[in-house]
Ligand binder design. Structure first.
Ligand code: RFL
Ligand code: PHB
Length: 392
């Protein structure tokens, strides 16, 4: 078997890259460890930056997103018993975000790829990468129990934080930066109408909480919880009472309860690997970097990486130039470090830190929150990072 670009992983990064390459007439094969239903059912991100929405539309996969996605022009910061709106639209010259579930994006990308008759191999096993520093790299894997070898020119490692691509690069060649946070998020999906038409990020003495949504009848809600909590320790009653305690205000509508149909606990990690390339292997998305979800940047960064990679590969195949491929890592890392900072900053401002004995940290957070909602300069900085910067 031979292709031009072997893509490891059918998450947002790998699938978007496959569509970008096809647009440039470049052949690729997507190899995915899980089955289709698992990949399409994995509940994660919900906030798409304008740049992500524009790219999905350019690729011709945006029709359902246009119909079902919710366009938000602002979000709320809630603290000290009051809710304050950050008017992103006004502060950023008309930009907005779209609330549309990551698994819906993934479903749309898979359906369009299969309708084009292009290959995605699900349920590949024991995948390994070879000859990365030669000009004929290969991918070996098992599919339906049979061994296969895929020859290619380049490999895109889009296999997420736990994938094999990054692990194949000799660690002595990589700089790794990381920060672990001392808390997690418990996230749910519930059949309940969101009580607010925009997202609410709440700083509360019991811990952070977030009200987001997937549709006018489905709420996506998160509460900060201890790092080692297990999901079985959280009954439905406990989840709702914690959400009410942190999100309800005296003078506003309480959040709406409803049947919970999805729940999970997510640990927080800031992680960057540098460079994002080894020979003919290019890393993209969570394979190369992760952010805590507070800034809603992970999927947007994954898609921003493959936009750069797709253009660099097109320049290589159609103009014989490899300058963009050589600059790939440095180009992406500018945006990645900006998003790392913003995600760390939002996380630090909005959560309760367990080792906060003196209360000094709380005072810093409250002061920063008050500044964010009273100074136009501070609000603009927050808003332009949240909607996504076009220049980094
Ligand atoms: P993914 O989505 O992890 O996809 C990687 C794919 O590779 C497959 N794979 C392999 N395939 C073959 N062989 C192997 N050896 C393989 N190992 C793994 C996996 O099965 C998988 O299908 O990575 P990608 O494409 O880089 O996308 C990254 C995003 O998924 C991630 O950054 C976001 O979900 C982060 N995130 C958010 N991002 C946003 O932009 N906005 C948000 O609002 C947002 N909220 C969130 C989030 C992540 C969360 N969790 C659960 C981590 C909220 C949460 C709760
Ligand atoms: C979500 O809707 O899942 C979501 C929204 C905002 C975030 C993180 C997750 O910051």
């Amino acid at each position: 078997m031979r292709t031009q670009v072997a893509i490891i992983g059918a998450g947002p990064a790998g699938l978007t890259l496959a569509h970008l390459l096809r647009q440039h007439g470049i052949a690729s094969v997507v190899l995915e460890h899980r089955d289709r239903a698992y990949v399409e059912g994995r509940v994660r991100a919900g906030v798409l930056e304008q740049g992500t929405v524009d790219l999905l539309n350019e690729l011709g996969v945006g029709a359902r997103m246009k119909r079902e996605g919710l366009i938000h022009h602002g979000f709320y910061l809630q603290f000290e018993g009051e809710c304050h709106r950050i008017n992103m639209h006004e502060l950023t010259g008309g930009r907005a975000i779209t609330v549309y579930g990551q698994q819906e994006v993934v479903k749309d990308l898979i359906a369009a790829r299969l309708a084009q008759g292009e290959p995605i191999r699900f349920e590949v096993r024991e995948l390994s990468l070879h000859g990365l520093d030669s000009d004929q790299p290969k991918v070996r894997f098992l599919h339906a129990g049979e061994p296969h070898e895929l020859l290619c020119d380049y490999i895109a490692g889009c296999d997420g934080y736990h994938g094999v691509s990054r692990a194949t690069i000799p660690t002595s060649l990589l700089n790794i930066y990381q920060k672990i946070y001392p808390f997690a998020w418990l996230g749910i999906l519930a059949h309940a109408a969101p009580s607010s038409d925009e997202l609410i990020y709440a700083y509360h003495e019991r811990g952070f909480a977030l009200q987001s949504m997937r549709s006018p009848s489905v709420s996506r809600l998160y509460v900060q919880c201890p790092l080692d909590d297990r999901i079985e320790e959280w009954s439905d009653d406990r989840i709702w009472s914690e959400l009410h305690a942190r999100l309800d205000l005296n003078d506003g509508p309480p959040i709406n309860d409803g049947p919970i149909f999805e729940r999970g606990i997510t640990a927080f990690r800031s992680f960057v690997v540098e460079p994002m390339q080894f020979g003919r292997l290019f890393l993209a998305g969570d394979a190369a970097h992760t952010v805590p979800p507070t800034g809603a940047k992970g999927m947007n960064l994954a898609i921003a990486d493959v936009r750069v990679l797709g253009a660099a590969l097109a320049a290589r195949y159609h103009e014989g130039r490899d300058d963009q491929l050589r600059a790939y890592s440095a180009t992406c890392l500018r945006r990645i470090w900006r998003a790392e900072h913003f995600s760390w900053y939002m996380t630090s401002m909005l959560h309760r830190f367990p080792d906060n004995d003196s209360g000094f940290q709380n005072q810093m957070q409250l002061s920063q929150l008050r500044y964010s909602v009273t100074s136009r300069a501070a609000a603009t900085s927050l808003a332009e990072n949240y909607v996504g910067l076009s220049q980094v």
